[in-house]
Design a protein around this ligand. Structure first.
Ligand code: ADP
Length: 848
């Protein structure tokens, strides 16, 4: 309310109030008679001497109804008093009553009247007349007081009204908008508009009131129709209403306004006027629009995020904090879980999810990573979790969960993301398993021991039990190894094979797998299957005891031959695990294992065969070289004797021809004996029977001697052959063996030297001697440089270069027996350099 103040009590005298009659007495006169006359009027009579000084005070303090001047003694004095009173501030308006005496002339009376004296009575005073006159005066005074009261009240009311109007104007002016009153007609002319009009529209209130502009003309046409309709509807219910629309201000600017409007109704129910309050909500609208835009953007962002989340190959689950209620989960989450998200509203409900521990125990609700983040607020990264889906499959999930916090850092929600890494995990586990088994397989050539080891290793990775059966040369099947997580059932498996070994003609089981070479996978073994497989009641009983529930048998197959079968089993009450049945992935793993095992077995067998062949060859060479050597010595002696016999004595011509034949025969015999010696050396080296006879000798001299032997040969192929380096290199070596090494290196240099120069260099370095033989011939490819020191190893084709490939093998054996080393550096087409390094102190004394 605008505070129309309650009218306070006026100070004006009322009719009932006693107002004294002031009776002024002349000195020495007695006005008590007058007092007595007046007393019936009921008003107090104050008698005051004209000479009293208290008159002023009295006039100040008392509300005197009228003044009576007792001038009966001296009429002029009364007039003089009347004169004075007319000038007196308080007495100026008071009615005067002059009681004159005999001296009171009519002139004086007139004079008295001119002074405003109301009346004048001449003595002798008639009491009734005086009372009646004073009564009239009193009545007049009362009327006057009444009038003054009314006037004062009117003045106060006017002042109040003015104050209220001022307040109203101030209030209206301060209002954030315009208040108006107008006609209910187009285009909404106003009869009143508050000051706010100017701020709101740019037009002054008078512009509206004087109809220079009408409100309806400012409203945008597209809004005008609408709000008129809304107004009509609201007026029909006589209720105040709110309108939101746009106006065009004087500047041309469009503003959004909010209006509270009400209809004022006439006596016949007609709309007599409209009143309203309009305020500018442009900035509010703008911020509202901005908010809406923001909201829309947020919504779009949200949608985009959601569609990204939906398309992610990762499952996403968002739970509200702290309740744990699911607020979002993408389709992938339900797809991976294999069931809809749990709809509960607390963390406790998580126990309906189906995560399990490796031993099959179900997760409790607070073990889930998302629950832990809800609890601690800390991220939980990279957990692996087994999930038993309702369809019976067990999946491995890689799950991470983290907090979502608001700007104040408070936990708002938790997001968990997970993906199915079942295949990856299995592949990883299978790879690790295969790698370790492969190591086992490669560790020994004793394949039966190796295979037994593999059977042991396969449990429990590939099943609760594993058995290996091998095909024997006679077509029977022998159980080589068995392992089981439960030792009693391991014994059962042996017993089964003993009682009823698998047979090639079996319709299923290891026998059938060996016969067909095909894997056999029985994901779920039923009682009927056992009955069908069993060959007798006892057999069936044993099979039942094994508790087998799923089996997988893979062939051991190498080089077109299946020679065995590896069988794996999952059994009832077996090793605690999530998965109890064989599937495609385990089949692939088992087949891989089977292939590796078969290969290892095959390699071991081949190696054994090769070893046997080498041994047989060496034995043959040993015998053959010995046998060949036996007739060669006498043959050599015979030819020497024959040559001597053919010295020119009888006929030169004949003897010369014969001599040539014999020489040729001796050369061939020498070559033959060199070859046989080499073979003989090889068998001696192989058997570790290379004997050395060390003696003091000079390496330089030996080299020069051998080079001298080869000089004719070298010049025949066009190679210059020379010796370089130290003249004397003394040491302790076996002369014949040393000659053998040098001979081999020089003869190779001539053979493979392409007719280019050959240098044999002798060096000494402290207690070691070195021989370097360098040619510029065909060279040796890098890959062959180590190999050529092996038995029968060659780096050239037999067609172009003859040889046994034994020279370097024997040379290295000799050099190493002498405590030295031999090596080659070569580049194809650029020649070869062989370096022999020898200790000068002689061969090391064999220890032990
Ligand atoms: P052989 O010479 O009888 O074949 P060796 O054991 O002496 O047997 O040599 C082995 C192989 O080493 C030769 O077959 C040849 O390929 C290669 N070889 C040896 N010496 C040389 C050389 N100086 N230059 C090129 N190749 C050589």
């Amino acid at each position: 309310m605008w505070g129309v103040q309650q009218e306070t009590q006026t100070p004006w005298p009322s009719e009932e109030t006693a107002h004294p009659l002031l009776l002024l007495e002349e000195p020495r006169s007695d006005a008590s008679d007058i007092e007595a006359i007046l007393s019936p009027l009921g008003q107090p009579v104050l008698r005051v001497s004209l000479e009293s000084e208290g008159l002023d005070v009295l006039l100040e303090e008392e509300e005197v109804a009228c003044i009576l001047i007792d001038a009966r003694q001296s009429g002029p004095t009364g007039l003089a008093v009347a004169h004075v009173l007319r000038e007196h501030e308080q007495a100026r308006h008071l009615p005067l009553f002059l009681l004159g005496g005999a001296s009171c002339e009519p002139v004086d009376r007139l004079h008295g009247h001119s002074l405003g004296t109301v009346d004048c009575l001449v003595a002798p005073v008639q009491p009734d007349l005086l009372r009646a006159k004073v009564e009239v005066l009193l009545a007049l005074r009362h009327r006057e007081w009444e009038m003054r009261g009314v006037l004062a009240r009117a003045a106060r009311a006017e002042a109040l009204a003015r104050e209220n109007e001022r307040k109203l104007r101030t209030l209206l002016g301060n209002l954030p908008g315009m208040a108006y009153r107008g006609h209910y007609e187009h285009p909404c002319p106003f009869t009143f508009a508050s000051e706010g009009a100017l701020r709101l529209t740019g037009y002054r209130p008078e512009d509206f009131i004087e109809r220079r502009v009408n409100w309806g003309e400012l409203v945008l046409p597209e809004d005008y129709k609408r709000i008129w309709k809304e107004m009509e509807e609201a007026l029909s219910t006589r209720s105040p209403f709110i309108l939101i629309y746009r106006i065009r201000a004087r500047t041309g600017e469009v503003r959004w306004v909010w209006e509270h409007r009400v209809g004022l109704f006439g006596p016949r129910g007609e709309v007599a006027a409209l009143e309203g309050f309009v305020t500018d909500i442009t900035s509010f609208r703008r911020s509202q629009q901005e908010r809406e835009l923001l909201h829309q953007q947020v919504e779009e962002e949200r949608n985009r995020l959601e569609s990204i989340l939906e398309q992610l190959p990762v499952a996403v689950h968002i739970a509200d904090a702290p309740s744990g209620r699911t607020v979002y989960a993408n389709a992938q989450a339900e797809h991976l879980l294999g069931h809809p998200m749990i709809g509960g509203s607390t963390r406790k409900d998580y126990d309906q999810y189906r995560a399990i521990h490796p031993d099959g125990r179900r997760y409790t609700s607070d073990e889930y990573p998302i629950a832990r983040v809800l609890e601690t607020g800390e991220p939980e990264a990279g957990h692996e979790l087994l999930y038993a889906r309702p369809d019976g499959s067990v999946r491995v999930f890689h799950i991470s969960a983290g907090p979502i916090r608001n700007a104040q850092g408070e936990l708002q929600a938790v997001v968990a993301s997970f993906m199915d890494i079942t295949r990856l995990k299995r592949a990883e586990r299978h790879q690790t398993f295969l790698a370790s088994v492969s190591e086992t397989l490669a560790s020994s050539l004793d394949y039966e021991a190796t295979l037994s080891h593999v059977v042991k290793r396969a449990v429990p990775d590939l099943g609760d039990g594993c058995a290996l059966d091998l095909l024997e040369p006679d077509g029977s099947i022998r159980r080589l190894a068995v392992s089981h997580v439960d030792p009693t059932r391991e014994a059962l498996a042996w017993e089964l094979a003993r009682q009823r070994p698998p047979r090639l003609e079996d319709g299923s089981g290891p026998g059938a797998v060996i016969r067909t070479g095909q894997t056999e996978l029985q994901a779920d073994i039923s009682e009927e299957m056992l009955v069908q497989y069993a060959s007798s009641t006892e057999h069936l009983e044993l099979l039942r005891k094994t508790g087998v529930r799923s089996s997988l048998i893979v062939p051991l197959h190498a080089r077109d031959r299946t020679f065995g079968a590896l069988a794996f089993f999952f059994c009832k009450e077996g090793y605690p695990r999530a998965l109890h049945r064989y599937d495609e992935s385990l089949r692939l793993l088992a087949e891989d294992l089977g292939r590796r095992a078969a290969l290892a077995v095959d390699n071991a067998r081949l190696y054994r065969e090769a070893q046997l062949a080498v041994r047989q060859r060496d034995e043959f060479l040993s015998v053959a070289s010995h046998e060949l050597k036996t007739p060669l010595t006498p043959l050599h002696l015979t030819l020497t004797a024959l040559a001597r016999e053919l010295q020119p004595r009888d006929g030169a011509a004949l003897s010369e021809r014969l001599q040539r034949y014999v020489q040729a025969a001796r050369r061939q015999t020498h070559k033959l004996s060199t070859l046989i010696n080499a073979l003989f050396d090889v068998s001696r080296i192989t058997q570790g029977r290379l004997m050395l006879e060390p003696a003091e000798l000079d390496l330089g001299e030996v080299v020069r001697e051998v080079v001298a032997w080869f000089a004719p040969e070298a010049s025949r192929v066009g190679s210059e052959l020379r010796v370089e380096g130290e003249a004397r290199v003394p040491g302790r070596w076996d002369r014949l063996r040393l000659e053998q090494v040098i001979t081999n290196l020089i003869s190779n240099a001539i053979r493979y030297g392409s007719g280019r120069p050959i240098v044999a260099r002798v060096e000494v370095e402290g207690n070691r001697a070195r021989l370097v033989v360098r040619d510029e011939g065909i060279g040796i490819p890098l890959e062959a440089q180590e190999r050529i020191f092996g038995k029968f190893e060659r780096a050239v084709s037999d067609r172009h270069y003859g040889g046994l490939g034994l020279g370097l093998y024997i040379s290295r054996s000799i050099v190493e027996a002498l405590g030295g080393t031999i090596r080659v550096e070569s580049r194809p087409g650029e020649g070869s350099t062989f370096t022999v390094d020898l200790p000068r102190a002689g061969p090391p004394v064999p220890s032990g």
